[in-house]
Design a protein around this ligand. Sequence first.
Ligand SMILES: Nc1ncnc2c1ncn2[C@@H]1O[C@H](COP(=O)(O)O)[C@@H](OP(=O)(O)O)[C@H]1O
Ligand SMILES: [Mg+2]
Length: 447
Amino acid sequence: MGSLRLSAWSSSAAARAFPSDWRGRPSRCAPSSPASAAPPALGRLQMGTDHAWQWDCRGGGLGGGGGRRDYAKEMEAAVRVVQVACTLCQRVQDSLLLADAGSGSVHSKLDRSPVTVADWGVQATVSWLLSDCFRDENVSIVAEEDDKTLSSSDGTALLESVVAAVNGCLVEAPKYGLRSPEKDLRAHDVLQAIRKCSSTGGPKGRFWVLDPVDGTLGFVRGDQYAIALALIEDGEVVLGVLGCPNYPMKKEWLNYHQRYYRLMSKVAPPTSGSWNKGCVMYAHKGCGQAWMQPLVHDFGMLNWHNSREIQVSSVSDPVSATFCEPVEKANSSHSFTAGLAHSVGLRNRPLRVYSMVKYAAIARGDAEIFMKFARSGYKEKIWDHAAGVVIIQEAGGVVTDAGGRPLDFSRGVYLEGLDRGIIACSGALLHRRILGAVDASWNSSTL
Ligand SMILES: Nc1ncnc2c1ncn2[C@@H]1O[C@H](COP(=O)(O)O)[C@@H](OP(=O)(O)O)[C@H]1O
Ligand SMILES: [Mg+2]
């Protein structure tokens, strides 16, 4: 069993100024603000240094009327934080895929799904960075992992790996326009950051929802996965950010990414820069727009000029439409969705993709439908959907349960009251057809 090679991560990359500039295309809800608003050069900043938050959403967004907030600071912080988290995940995934990394690097959760250094590392990193960005507020986070494994007597080596991964990324935070801690975090700090994510959500107040590595199975297989961060206020998702480090630039590659990856890894050992891939998508409620920016790669810096708007597909004819679903049939019934697809006239092969990258595919217009029908008794969790839902909606799509009702994020960590399954579509026409097909075939299904 090899352990993760983490020493190389503790990069001593010199802190550099972040030439932030939002003079991108004008829009109702866009990166904005003149160059004069650029933040100060960011090194290992001292606590208390001001940061010029620049996201703006005026005119048509929440900030435009009614006195509601525009979520400028939250949106910007969330995108930057997810970019950092993507870097951490890429490094862990590369390590896992190295020939000498053994299964000792992958651990098992109670439900026997895999968990790695990346899950805890992202949770600690995001928790630390959000708490730092909003240090005047009481930051509440709902997230999947707890610290039990790491705090146990067998968890010492694992905890060391997590601490190294977290520090290796936090030292580079200035490259993303965020602050690094003044000193490396110690094991105790990392555990505390993980423990801080103990909110259980609910109908009132504000909390962040984080899935540190969504689609862990895809992650350990070198395939698709996502980092999902959303902000919920009084039960409503107000913003969502999805980091998709392996999202290929060519949509065709989504379909056979894993096979392609394996083939490529035989030819050359995989590295994050092996091919042109990876993006972060984001949107906030009421904005009517969703955005995507490329991942910041090793020697790059976050640049808002690179953001571009994304929109759902305009295809409404089922014959040309493509539907996405989980790779694992344990997570969603492939036979039920095949029946639905047949009855509404979908002809393309299903696009089976791990994680919330399926939401990203709909938002980006690379597919038209996402369906998930879990086995009876399985309760969907809010962190598996919150960010994806708001991004699809703002990109022009529709997301509901199979009864046509909006997903309810106000009832704790589960999507309580979910009717049968989840259906996300690029447009209302396809959505109506799928709902009709579900009603017509549900009673004869074995779900
Ligand atoms: N039996 C089950 N039925 C439905 N969903 C499940 C499941 N077991 C796990 N999941 C959820 O499905 C997610 C993966 O989605 P997908 O199958 O689309 O890749 C998992 O996220 P994690 O990988 O973050 O645990 C988990 O939350
Ligand atoms: Mg998940």
